[in-house]
Design a protein around this ligand. Structure first.
Ligand code: 4AD
Ligand code: MG
Length: 477
């Protein structure tokens, strides 16, 4: 008999059919009721064991976490909570799980505890739901861009250039750290390293994506990026996934339109495809919210929040307007912000971003035209010579989810910026070539995939939406 995965079986259950299923025992109640899950869906299948006619040795092995193969008849269920169940005819223990040792018991474990058991946490209902949504979301991303005629480009992971200019890169080297070769000045001689130069893990695929946009027109990357910033927050990872579209002949307004359409498409996609997982996570969040003091509870449920983003226009506000709003805001006047907003030109902290999104506008916000001083070298300079054509999208509960810009396509202006910012122009010779030959106005952005998953699942820590998080002092598994 063919073994059916639960998602398939539960879609069109044919009563009185004989079925074979395989999965892991979530719970075993009263020596009789197995809640079986095989990962294909959030739903468990109740399997009813005829304990009087089952070997005691087998009954003892039906423990949470054990892998089993069950054949039996699908019948209407008398009990509450499920419409069908399987009357077990044969039950085979495929892989035992010693209840004294198995770390995931049928009780509430904290997410902190489960992070230490990241190799097994996928067997819990919450992580199953989160990771299925993560998978569907990545598919939605490809679907969106492929439908629009964008080409997928694989940009390199190992690079010599610091695209963001923040100097927060991990070195890639095969030199002996105890005894590296040195040059005449006593500095480490990377000429003798694997690539004959100093190399790092990339912080962004943007610069290489730009080369492809100048040939294929519209492209996107979707890959891992790495940042050695020592940010121990619930929204930062040292290894995270980023989607970076890059479009020739797009200006900043086109860029914002695309980003907004893109985010709405992917969120709508999961509303359509992930109903059961979202409903489960919605209920989970509701329970969690109840443990918080009244004034800290989110006014919206998870699905409500996602729908709100899909159905409402993002507010577009210039940095300068935002600074005015913040300067005159209650928390600024009452000195409630940790960083008071005093003058034009300062970078916004996440408390400011969240004030704008959650208190002032009560909607996702696209902030644009930032001061050049606080943004990367490649952003297009405005006429005022003070601001650049940057845009960040800010989300409720998350803060910055997208960072992007129109790119500087004028060779002389770009060279000047590189100089002013003290960046090594030699490493960027090929990037400058794009401005020498057939340069076009063009734009792009980066969406932090893990932050999108965070928003879409209502989880509160980014470490709980990526399979194996890499953060300062932590690279287990
Ligand atoms: O704003 P960022 O640094 O922009 C870039 O890297 C550009 N090269 C993108 C482009 O224009 N092609 O990063 C983009 C997004 C952020 O808005 C945020 O969502 C996410 O990447 N991000 C992180 N996510 C998790 N952990 C981190 N440490 C992140 N740093 C940035
Ligand atoms: Mg940014």
């Amino acid at each position: 008999m063919k073994h059916l995965r639960l998602a398939e079986l539960l879609k069109q259950p044919k009563k009185y059919d004989n079925v074979t299923v395989q999965g892991w025992v979530r719970t075993f109640r009263a020596n009789r009721f197995i809640a079986l899950n095989d990962g294909s869906t959030i739903e468990n299948l109740q399997c009813v064991v005829d304990f009087e006619n089952t070997d005691d040795l087998i009954l003892k092995k039906i423990n949470t976490g054990a892998a089993v193969k069950i054949s039996g008849q699908l019948v209407e269920s008398m009990g509450k909570g499920q419409s069908i169940e399987v009357l077990v005819k044969t039950l085979q223990i495929i892989g035992e799980a010693d209840p004294e040792l198995y770390p995931i018991q049928p009780k509430k474990h904290s997410f902190e505890y489960l992070r230490e058991k990241a190799h097994l946490r996928i067997r819990t209902a919450t992580f199953g739901a989160v990771m299925r949504i993560r998978s569907v979301l990545s598919f939605a991303i490809h679907q969106f861009f492929q439908d629009k005629g964008f080409y997928y480009v694989h940009t390199p992971i190992i690079t010599g250039s610091d695209a963001e200019g923040a100097g927060e890169m991990f070195r890639v080297s095969v030199l002996d750290p105890k005894n590296p070769p040195t040059d005449d000045n006593g500095a480490i001689d990377f000429k003798q390293d694997f690539f004959g130069k100093e190399t790092k893990l990339t912080v962004s695929g943007q610069l290489e994506a730009e080369t492809f946009a100048q040939g294929l027109g519209n492209v996107y990357t979707f890959g891992p990026t790495f940042r050695a910033e020592n940010s121990n927050t619930s929204r930062h990872l040292a290894e995270f996934w980023m989607i970076e579209p890059e479009m020739a002949f797009y200006d900043l307004a086109d860029n914002m339109d695309l980003a907004e359409e893109f985010i709405k498409y992917t969120l709508n996609y999961i509303l359509e495809k992930c109903d059961k997982d979202l409903t489960f996570l919605d209920q989970r969040l509701e329970q969690e919210e109840k443990t918080k003091p009244q004034n800290q509870r989110s006014p919206m449920g998870l699905i409500e929040k996602i729908k709100f983003v899909v159905e409402n226009e993002f507010k577009r506000v210039s940095y300068t307007e935002a600074i005015d709003i913040l300067k005159n805001s209650k928390p600024n006047k009452k000195k409630k912000f940790n960083y008071l907003v005093e003058e034009w030109g300062t970078d916004l902290q996440s408390e400011h971003e969240r004030y704008l999104v959650e208190q002032h506008f009560n909607a996702p916000v696209i902030l644009f035209d930032y001061p050049a001083k606080i943004k990367a070298f490649y952003m297009r300079m405005n006429e005022d010579q003070k601001t650049v054509r940057a845009m960040d999208i800010l989300f409720p509960g998350i803060g910055e989810i997208v960072g992007g810009s129109q790119r500087e396509e004028r060779l002389d202006v770009l060279e000047q910026r590189i100089k002013v910012m003290g960046i090594d122009a030699e490493e960027l010779w090929w990037y400058l070539d794009l401005r020498r030959f057939g340069s076009t106005p063009h734009s792009g952005f980066g969406l932090g995939f893990d932050r999108l998953v965070l928003f879409a699942t209502g989880m509160s820590n980014i470490r709980d939406v990526i399979p194996f998080p890499r953060t300062p002092q932590n690279a287990s598994f």
